[in-house]
Write a protein that binds this ligand. Structure first.
Ligand code: MN
Length: 304
C-alpha cells in the first residue's frame, strides 16, 4: 500500500533527551519546506499540526533511570491513536520529532493498524546509536536511548504495552543501520534479540546499496510493509550539525540519499519519521533542510 496523500504530524518533545532543543524540530522542518516539497512530488499534504506535549519545566523527572516516563508514555499514547486514525483515513503518516522516544508512539500506531488486519510490519531504524537500552542498562536515564528496545518488548511497561500488546515488531523483521556508538550493556540486548545490524563498518565494507537491499529483504519478508525511523544523528555531523548526540564517522550525503532512494524504489514504505533535529545546535536551519531532502528521497524524489 503506497498512499498518494500524506499527513504530517509534529511531536515537539524533548523530554527524552539530555540536551534540550529537539522540541523545535517539527517547526524547523516545516520552515525548511516539508509540505511544499511533498506537494512538488505530487502528494496531497495535510498538516495535522503538533501533538500537545508538556515542557520539562512544568514536570518532575521522576525515576532517574527513566526520566519523564509518564509524560513520554502519555505523549506516545496520543501519537499512537493519531497515527492509527491517519492510516484508517488512508493517509500516509510522516511524523516529525522530537526526541527519538516519539518512535514508540508512531510504531505502536502503525503496528496496531496492521495487526488488526492480521499483518506484521518491518522496521528499518537508522541511528548512530542502538536505542536498545532499558532502565536497567541506561547510563543516562534518557528515554530516547530506549525506544527500539521498547518496540521489541523490553523496558517500561508503560511503553512496551502501549496498545495492549507486545512486541510491536518482531526481531526478525527489525534492522538497525548506521550504528557506531553502542553503550556497553545495550550491546547484550542487541545480541540477545538477534535483530539484524549493519554497523558503519558494514556499510564501509559492503556499500550502502547492498546493505539497504538486504535490510529491505529482512524487514519486508512476511510483512505488510516497512516503517522507517530516522534519527538525524545517523548522518555524519559534518553535514548534520543540528543533532543532540553527534558521533563522527556517519553516513555521507550520498549514502543517506541512496538509502532513501532504494527504500522508495522498494514500494514497501508504509510510514516514515524523522527525529532528533536540534535547531539550537544547527546553522541557518541546514540540518532541517537536509532532513526535508531525506524525506523527499524516501517519498520518491529521484534525480532524473
Ligand atoms: Mn535514536
Amino acid at each position: 500500500m503506497f498512499l498518494k496523500q500524506v499527513k504530517i504530524i509534529g511531536v515537539p518533545m524533548d523530554l527524552g533527551s539530555g540536551r534540550r532543543g529537539v522540541d523545535m524540530g517539527p517547526s524547523a522542518l516545516r520552515i525548511a519546506g516539508i509540505s511544499r516539497e511533498l506537494e512538488r512530488l505530487g502528494y496531497k499534504v495535510v498538516d495535522h499540526g503538533d501533538i500537545k506535549v508538556p515542557i520539562p519545566e512544568t514536570r518532575d523527572p521522576g525515576d532517574p533511570r527513566a526520566k519523564y516516563l509518564s509524560e513520554i508514555a502519555a505523549t506516545c499514547k496520543t501519537l499512537y491513536e493519531t497515527v492509527k486514525t491517519c492510516l484508517s483515513q488512508q493517509y500516509f503518516p510522516i511524523v516529525l520529532g522530537g526526541d527519538h522516544s516519539v518512535a514508540v508512539g508512531t510504531i505502536s500506531g502503525v503496528s496496531s493498524y496492521y495487526r488488526e488486519r492480521s499483518e506484521k510490519i518491518g522496521l528499518l531504524w537508522f541511528d548512530a546509536h542502538g536505542d536498545m537500552n532499558t532502565p536497567e542498562t541506561t547510563p543516562s536515564g534518557n528515554i530516547h536511548g530506549m525506544p527500539l528496545a521498547a518496540c521489541l518488548g523490553y523496558g517500561p511497561p508503560q511503553l512496551v504495552e502501549l496498545g495492549g500488546y507486545s512486541p510491536k515488531v518482531s526481531s526478525e523483521h527489525t534492522v538497525l543501520i548506521g550504528v557506531r556508538n553502542l553503550d556497553p550493556y545495550e550491546k547484550k540486548l542487541v545480541h540477545d534479540t538477534g535483530i539484524k545490524v549493519f554497523t558503519m563498518r558494514d556499510i564501509d565494507e559492503l556499500g550502502m546499496k547492498q546493505v539497504v537491499l538486504e535490510a529491505l529483504k529482512f524487514a519486508g519478508q512476511g510483512t505488510g510493509g516497512i516503517h522507517v525511523s530516522i534519527d538525524m544523528d545517523v548522518v555524519d555531523p559534518g553535514i548534520a550539525t543540528g543533532v543532540g548526540t553527534p558521533v563522527r564517522g556517519g553516513l555521507t550525503y550520498r549514502e543517506t540519499h541512496l538509502a532513501m532512494e532504494l527504500i522508495a524504489d522498494s514500494k514497501k514504505l508504509i510510514s516514515l519519521e524523522l527525529m532528533e533535529v536540534n535547531p539550537i545546535l544547527d546553522h541557518m536551519n541546514a540540518t532541517a533542510e537536509l532532513g526535508v531532502e531525506i524525506i523527499s528521497s524516501a517519498m520518491g524524489k529521484s534525480i532524473l
